[in-house]
Design a protein around this ligand. Sequence first.
Ligand code: FES
Length: 239
Amino acid sequence: MDRRDFIITCGTVALASMLDANFYSNLLANQKDNMLKTYNKAILVKEDGTPLKEADIKPHVNYIFFYPYAATPCYLINLDQEIKPVEIKLKDGKSYTWPGGIGSKKSIVAYSAICAHQWSYPTKEYSFINYYPPDTPSETTKKAGIIQCCAHLALYDPKEGAKVIDGPAEVPLASILLQEEEGNIYAVGVLGVEQFTQFFDSYRAELRQRYGTTAKARELVEKCTVMEVDKYVQAVVRC
Ligand code: FES
């Protein structure tokens, strides 16, 4: 290694440590209102089992993976523009700083796909809650670039930490914290108002049928297979 390479390498290491330090200090800051919960650090992989890379995440395609539990679905979206951090204020006075997008463009975000209203969620058979890319507006609300749940028309803004834009939801979708490390992408925690207890209570019988036992549905994952929603779900319901 020549001197220039050495300096660049040291600089890269220093920057990576700085980013990690910022990442973890943000995580700690978010702890003050108990809005952050760390779970397993789970690597995102493709269907063939190899690690998912930033280049694999096509802009405005809605991807699904399951985290932090085997049965809890999440959406992964490359919004194709820099997504900045946002301060989210909840109606009960609590708040948290959503850290924005990751990746070279800071354009990649992930949210729980369990609707924060009454927990509609994507199954293999159908999904009422979906991402509407900028060129595919909702027929009902005429809005695009949103996540919309057709069950009762809750609208969330994926560019703003999944804040509620309209409809009956009282809180944003919970955010899945992503972290990049040496070109791999990991889910490391959940930020915001989790809906997992209500989800497991509401769909106990359905999940038992799908996963065999409740314990299996509630298994904490260490690896998340990422799939396109349009391939995973038979009927993507748009409205
Ligand atoms: S369950 Fe999604 S809007 Fe009611």
